[in-house]
Design a protein around this ligand. Structure first.
Ligand SMILES: [Zn+2]
Length: 239
C-alpha cells in the first residue's frame, strides 16, 4: 500500500470525517422521527400540505406554479424548469403540521425563484459544473497520487481533483442560505395569513429545523473529506 493510504490516512478519517458522518446519520434519523411525530398532529383548520402550498403561492401573487403529488418518502421538491412543486403522498393530502411545514418550505423555493433570490440562482448556475466535478474529483486524486511516483508533475492531477471536490463543497455551502431562507419565507407567510395557529407553527418549525440540520451535516462531511484529501496530497508532495 502506498504510504498515504496507510495509518495516517485512516487516523484522519477517524478524527475528522467520522464525527461528521455520525452527525449526518443522527440528523437524518432526527428529520425522519420529527416528521413522523408531527404527521400525527392534525391542523385545527384541516388544511393539507397541498392546500397550504397553494395558499402561500397565491398570497404572494404566484398563480403559475402547479402543485402535484409524487411518490416516495420525503421526496418533496420544487422544479424551477417545470415550475412545479412536487409533494410526497405523506405531505400532499395530509392535514398535519409536518405536512404543512414541508409543503410551505417547497412553496418558499418557488417564492425565491419568483423573487430572483441571488443564492438560488447561483446554486442553479453551478449545478452542471458540480456534477462534472463530483465525478472527476476522486479519480483525479487517485491517478495523481499513483503517477506522482513517476514524475512530481502528476501531483497536479491530484490538486485538480481537489479543486473539483471543492466545487461540490461550494455548492453545499450555497445550499445552506437557500434552504434556511425557504423555510423563513414559508413560516412568515404561514404566520401572516394565520394558516397555522401559534402552537402549530412551533411544530412545523421543528420539522423544518430538523431538515435544515441534514444540510449542515452534509456540508460538514464534505468539508472534512476535503481537508482529508488536502492532507493526503500535500503530504505526498513532501515525500
Ligand atoms: Zn428546500
Amino acid at each position: 500500500m502506498p504510504y498515504g493510504f496507510g495509518y495516517g490516512f485512516n487516523m484522519t478519517y477517524i478524527v475528522l470525517v467520522l464525527p461528521a458522518v455520525i452527525l449526518a446519520i443522527f440528523a437524518s434519523a432526527r428529520v425522519k422521527s420529527t416528521f413522523k411525530k408531527y404527521s400525527q398532529s392534525r391542523t385545527a383548520s384541516g388544511i393539507t400540505g397541498a392546500e397550504a402550498a397553494e395558499r402561500i403561492l397565491r398570497s404572494n401573487g404566484l398563480y403559475n406554479v402547479r402543485v402535484e403529488m409524487v411518490s416516495g418518502t420525503l421526496s418533496d421538491h420544487y422544479d424551477p424548469k417545470e415550475n412545479v412543486i412536487s409533494l410526497s403522498q405523506a405531505v400532499y393530502g395530509n392535514a398535519s403540521t409536518a405536512a404543512v411545514g414541508v409543503a410551505a418550505h417547497e412553496a418558499g423555493h418557488a417564492l425565491q425563484y419568483a423573487g430572483d433570490y441571488g443564492p438560488i440562482k447561483l446554486r442553479g448556475a453551478i449545478i452542471p459544473m458540480t456534477q462534472i466535478g463530483s465525478r472527476a474529483a476522486i479519480p483525479l486524486v487517485i491517478i495523481g497520487l499513483l503517477l506522482s511516483g513517476f514524475s512530481a508533475f502528476f501531483i497536479n492531477f491530484a490538486y485538480a481533483g481537489i479543486i473539483c471536490f471543492a466545487l461540490c463543497v461550494v455548492f453545499q455551502l450555497v445550499t445552506l442560505p437557500v434552504e434556511f431562507n425557504a423555510s423563513r419565507r414559508a413560516m412568515q407567510t404561514i404566520n401572516q395569513y394565520g394558516i397555522l395557529t401559534a402552537d402549530e407553527q412551533k411544530e412545523a418549525r421543528r420539522v423544518l429545523s430538523a431538515a435544515a440540520m441534514t444540510y449542515v451535516a452534509a456540508l460538514a462531511v464534505s468539508l472534512t473529506q476535503l481537508l482529508r484529501l488536502l492532507l493526503l496530497v500535500s503530504g505526498r508532495r513532501r515525500n
